[in-house]
Design a protein around this ligand. Structure first.
Ligand SMILES: [Zn+2]
Ligand SMILES: [Zn+2]
Length: 431
């Protein structure tokens, strides 16, 4: 698996570069030798200017650092943990062993928490983040405009070929030229269509200040609200707790103009939004974000999710009293034995990093099948890591959290509390 990923990520940038070269430069070769309508000077300029903008934006989207939590900020957060509580609870990343700022996610490929992570893009082999989003969206913009322009030029030549189809063949283009034109036309049309959809999606993200991951979180929240409505406003959480699920507004949508300004790096200069050499957002930014006032100050994002909050610590068995219990039937005794065995197995695991929850629907089906007098264990834990649990929940487009490139193990089951050691340190510092 690892070597597969390695090969794909190694090939992505050369493959995209080859595609850009084929469309931008082989098309010029074709136009120059297409006698019926050779390339005009202004067309030549336009193609090359678009190509240059595409190259600059693409390479910046690939190679600009998507951001990392500086050690300095880490220390600052440790000294002033209240900084991070502006939007509610503090989040902790198990992999980085550091505070996870609001809107940051742990990328599986970059192997660290990325500020305002949108998704890890396989075509740029880089994260689309607070720092790379402006470059990424400019790349999409110039690619769509440039390839749209190329499409009009190709269309013009194709219609000339079509209208002269009854002329003797020695007057028209050669077979090689016809194949070249067809290839350019098909590849350009398909690519511009796919990138147009991606551009619209990214523009939507920009206008509403909602990353792709956050759109997923919004859908997940809506699903939880629907589930809780059926179950009386509450959902079961581990340890027999019940969590009240209430519709929450997305906090980072702060108005169209501010959303665009913040998304494009904080500048109010509209020209800089389009300028391929515009500065990457300041590295001091990206750790705290302005929020709207739709919700009470104490409410946090993402909203509470009973399937993502940590399991309570398991109490150790007391003096083996369970072993002395008497059972009414042999079957019951065997089941009790199996349960103890499974619990021992859970406890004995070297680092019970993630404890997956069963899928919501399976869990409820299971509860319905039980007899009434039996104890219902809310949010049962999985013993078998090979099975898929609630982390495989998908949004309307069929995407689960890992499809955005995040480390799903620490992201889905990420509602970690701050480790005890850090809390003690904070308390000591506060004295
Ligand atoms: Zn992390
Ligand atoms: Zn990444």
């Amino acid at each position: 698996m690892l070597s597969d990923d390695f090969t794909i990520s190694q090939l992505a940038i050369p493959a995209v570069s080859l595609l850009i070269s084929f469309l931008a430069y082989s098309s010029q070769y074709f136009f120059l030798h297409f006698e019926a309508a050779p390339l005009r000077k202004d067309e030549l300029w336009k193609i090359n200017i678009f190509a240059l903008c595409i190259w600059i934006c693409y390479f910046r989207a690939c190679f600009v650092d998507p951001g990392r939590l500086p050690t300095k900020a880490n220390v600052a957060l440790l000294d002033h943990p209240e900084k991070d509580t502006a939007t509610g609870r503090q989040r902790w990343c198990r992999r980085c062993e550091a505070y996870k700022p609001p809107r940051a996610h742990h990328c599986k490929t970059c192997k660290r928490c990325i500020p305002k992570m949108d998704h890890h893009c396989p075509w740029t082999s880089n994260c689309v983040s607070h720092f790379t989003f402006p470059h990424f969206i400019r790349f999409l913009f110039y690619a769509v405009v440039g390839m749209g322009y190329l499409e009009t030029l190709l269309w013009e030549r194709a219609s000339i070929v079509w209208s002269s189809r009854y002329l003797p063949s020695y007057l028209g283009p050669s077979v090689g030229q016809l194949i070249h034109l067809l290839l350019l036309f098909v590849i350009n049309s398909m690519t511009v269509f796919a990138l147009f959809i991606l551009l619209v999606r990214s523009l939507w993200s920009l206008l509403f200040n909602t990353t792709t991951i956050e759109s997923w979180e919004i859908e997940r929240h809506e699903t939880l609200v629907r589930r809780s409505r059926v179950l009386g406003g509450y959902l079961d959480a581990p340890g027999g707790k019940k969590i009240r699920i209430k519709k929450q507004e997305f906090p980072y949508d702060i108005g169209l103009w501010s959303n665009i300004k913040d998304g494009m790096g904080g500048s109010i200069n509209i020209i800089s939004w389009f300028w391929p050499l515009a500065a990457t957002p300041d590295h001091e930014t990206g750790w705290a974000f302005e929020i709207n006032d739709f919700e009470d100050p104490g409410v946090s994002w993402p909203p509470p999710d009973p399937d993502r909050i940590p399991l309570p610590a398991r109490p150790l068995p007391e003096d083996g009293s369970e072993l002395l219990k008497s059972y009414s039937s042999a079957r019951e005794e065997i089941e009790a034995f199996k349960r103890r065995q499974a619990e021992d197995f859970e406890r004995a695991r070297p680092s019970p990093e993630i404890q997956k929850r069963k899928r919501f629907h399976e869990r409820h089906k299971q509860n319905d099948d039980r007899e009434d007098d039996e104890q219902i264990l809310p949010g049962p834990v999985y013993g078998d890591d090979s099975d898929e649990g609630e982390e495989s929940w998908r949004n309307a487009e069929g995407e689960r959290l890992r499809d955005f490139g995040v480390d799903e193990d620490v992201e889905f089951y990420d509602e970690d509390e701050i480790p005890l050691g850090i809390l003690m340190k904070q308390r000591n510092q506060g004295r």
